[in-house]
Design a protein around this ligand. Structure first.
Ligand code: TPP
Length: 433
């Protein structure tokens, strides 16, 4: 099927069964490439059906789909003119691993740093309305990225705007590691609800046809449902801050998603569609260890084992040393912004769970939180990749440096990174505080 599909027009001609076959082909294609070149695997496998449904209902040549972080856009690239060039992923002068406006008009906004998509979609929607144009503005954001302050700031703005912006929450219960925090607690209550399916909708159609009684019955059921919702999810959060909540919906059922996307497209208000997906879907090693397969080096498809065993890198040296120092000094604590593994803190978290804090994708909060810890006599270590430290410049200066607080800022990935070197100005950066 993938041989027949070269662009979104080919996709739009397929029926549901054919799209399912295509989804399988795309998975195999991505696994094959990433096993050879390395790349972001688990997140891409999780959004195959979601991407097919989105690109079937919307038109990326006109509508604006902004993928948060953007590490999960391989399927989008395959459908939008870059099927062959995906083979050059992580190669010198090869295709970018993230959306790039320079690469295609269908990549409508560059992403990379988390939690920006809702703000950008809101900006595009407002521009559309002012210019009296017609297109949809859609942010696709993961449950991990939703923990970032910017995403919450944008939701706050959208809620009072009456602007048609569609937020698709791609909820796989994972950031890079297991997602944590209050937002995750809220989502787990919503996940527990019955999923919205095409058959729910057809049930409604049948009721609709019964004259008089039908509409009354629907209203009654809706009132009861609302009552139950309020009981289970106090105040409904998203609806209370002004977004229509649709879902949860099975993110691997293309037909169901297409129905709900069509509905959202017609609404004249901000909508949040809660889509449930499985990270690593369709490749057993990645389903079992989605964190290891979030971003991977080349691996053996049969076993899932890396082709080259990983040597001791700077993060490992740092992590081991910190564990040793923490044995001797009880005041040492560690803070991460959703990067426990990448920054070498796995051992520390295991050994000292009470002294380890994963605050979500929240670099700004991480630094000021560490400032609070330091002010009260603890010694916080905060390892953050150099690129993401940018998020917290203000907190570093205003909350830590000016008050001369002993927060230990550990900046890694501040150099030229091998496989990612093309186009990645974000990797060539030195931070001196
Ligand atoms: C500001 C910032 N901090 C950290 C990261 C590193 N990072 C990349 S993806 C990711 C997890 C994203 O989780 P989620 O949004 O749920 O997407 P998923 O991969 O689960 O689909 C993190 C922490 C980042 N891209 N930006």
């Amino acid at each position: 099927m993938l041989e027949k599909v070269n662009n979104v027009d080919d996709l739009k001609k397929l029926n549901s069964k054919e799209k399912e076959v295509l989804a399988q082909d795309i998975r195999e294609y991505i696994i094959d490439i990433v096993s050879k070149n390395g790349g972001h695997l688990a997140s891409n496998l999780g959004v195959v059906e979601l991407t097919l449904a989105l690109e079937s209902i919307f038109d990326t040549r006109k509508d604006k789909i902004i993928w948060d972080v953007g590490h999960q856009t391989y399927v989008h690239k395959i459908l939008n003119g870059r099927k062959e060039s995906l083979k050059t992923l992580r190669k010198l002068n090869g295709i970018a691993g993230f959306p790039k406006t320079k690469e295609s008009e269908t990549d409508c906004f560059n992403t990379g740093h988390s939690s920006t998509s809702i703000s950008a979609a809101m900006g595009m929607a407002k521009a559309r309305d002012l210019k009296k144009e017609k297109y949809s503005a859609i942010a696709v954001i993961g449950d991990g990225a939703l923990t970032g302050g910017m995403a919450l700031e944008a939701l706050n703005h959208i809620g009072s705007s009456e602007t048609n912006v569609i937020v698709i929450l791609n909820d796989n219960e994972m950031s890079i590691s297991k997602n944590i925090g209050g937002v995750n607690m809220l989502l787990s209550k919503l996940r527990a609800r019955k999923t919205y399916t095409a058959s729910n909708k057809s049930g409604r159609k049948i009721l609709d046809k019964i004259p008089f009684i039908g509409s009354h019955l629907i209203k009654l059921i809706q009132r009861c449902k609302q009552g139950i919702k309020q009981l289970i999810i106090p105040k409904m959060f998203f609806e209370d801050i002004g977004l229509k909540y649709l879902g949860p919906i099975d993110g691997h059922n293309i037909e169901d998603m297409e129905l709900i996307f069509k509905r959202a497209k017609e609404l004249d208000e901000p909508v949040l569609i809660h889509v449930l997906t499985k990270k690593g879907k369709g490749y057993t090693p990645a389903e079992k260890e989605p964190d290891r397969f979030h971003a991977t080096s080349p691996f053996d498809i049969e076993t899932g084992e890396p082709k080259k065993s990983k040597g001791k890198d700077y993060s490992k040296v740092f992590g081991d040393k910190l564990v040793k120092m923490a044995e001797k000094n009880q005041k040492i604590v560690a803070v991460t912004a959703s990067m426990k593994d990448g920054t070498g803190l796995r051992e520390f978290a295991k050994k000292y769970p009470d002294r380890f804090f994963d605050v979500g994708i929240a670099e700004q909060h991480a630094i000021t939180f560490a400032a609070g810890l330091a002010k009260e006599g603890l010694i916080p270590f905060v390892p953050i990749y150099s690129s993401f430290y940018q998020r917290a410049y203000d907190q570093v200066i205003h909350d830590v440096c000016i008050q001369k607080l002993p927060v230990v800022m550990c900046v890694d990935r501040s150099g030229i990174v091998g496989a990612d070197r093309r186009n990645t100005s974000r990797n060539i950066r030195f931070i001196i505080f």
